[in-house]
Design a protein around this ligand. Structure first.
Ligand code: SAH
Ligand code: MG
Length: 204
């Protein structure tokens, strides 16, 4: 029943329509792309905040980068360390004609050359190795524009975050969520949509 409701809402939202082919590819090849419900919230934030610059950590095949690039006019910088994924993402970005607006940076985000990045992102989307979330946050949050937003994906991690036998990774995500929840400088709203999203912004 819940799945039916989600599909019903996704249809109303027209999510997945533009890049359905990539979503299908991801499903067949087990590439963990953002769920439609989460993507929809990201799109809303990008449009409503009139974003000009987005930074994404974890490109995979370029699905979320392309989906977000399609709803605004600005620039997406996206970092991916897996050469296989970089190859696929590059081909997809070219195929859909976004080479000039999506800047794919092949690097381990933890070692990325900061001179390739900007210092005023309206949205930072954290969606790479789940065990490194606090590191990504501490590294990239300083690049946020004054009224910018950080969105972190997979914060309920296939609902395993609460399981009694939760994995080491699920425990790390729980630690990250608590870190965000008690952060003195940032406020976070935790949503159950998709695989769970944390929406974080700087306190005044
Ligand atoms: N944002 C994509 C999905 C990303 S999946 C979408 O929703 O469409 C996570 C990706 O992060 C994987 O492709 C993985 O290779 C990459 N990744 C994991 N750790 C990384 C790191 N330290 N630096 C760069 N990329 C990383
Ligand atoms: Mg994700």
């Amino acid at each position: 029943m819940k799945d039916k409701l989600i599909s019903y809402l996704n249809q109303l939202n027209h999510v997945n329509e533009d890049f359905q082919e990539l979503a299908n590819y991801a499903k067949i090849h087990n590439v963990p792309i953002i769920k439609a419900e989460g993507l929809n919230i990201l799109k809303f934030l990008v449009i409503k905040n009139k974003a000009k610059r987005i930074l994404e950590i974890g490109t995979a095949i370029g699905y979320s980068a392309l989906s977000l690039a399609s709803v605004f006019e600005g620039q997406v910088d996206t970092i991916e360390r897996n050469p296989e994924m970089v190859k696929l993402a590059k081909a997809n970005i070219e195929k859909y004609g976004y080479t000039y607006r999506i800047n794919l940076i092949e690097a381990d985000a933890l070692l990325v050359d900061f001179s390739l990045l900007k210092d005023n992102y309206d949205l930072i989307f954290i969606d790479a190795a789940k065990g490194q979330y606090p590191k990504f946050f501490n590294m990239f949050a300083p690049l946020l524009a004054h009224s910018g937003i950080i969105v972190t994906d997979n914060i309920i991690f296939h609902e395993s975050v609460l399981a009694e036998t939760s994995s080491r990774l699920a425990k790390k995500i729980d630690e990250y969520n608590k870190f965000l929840s008690s952060h003195p400088e940032y406020r976070t709203i935790f949503l159950a949509s998709g695989d769970g999203l944390a929406i974080t912004f700087k306190k005044d």
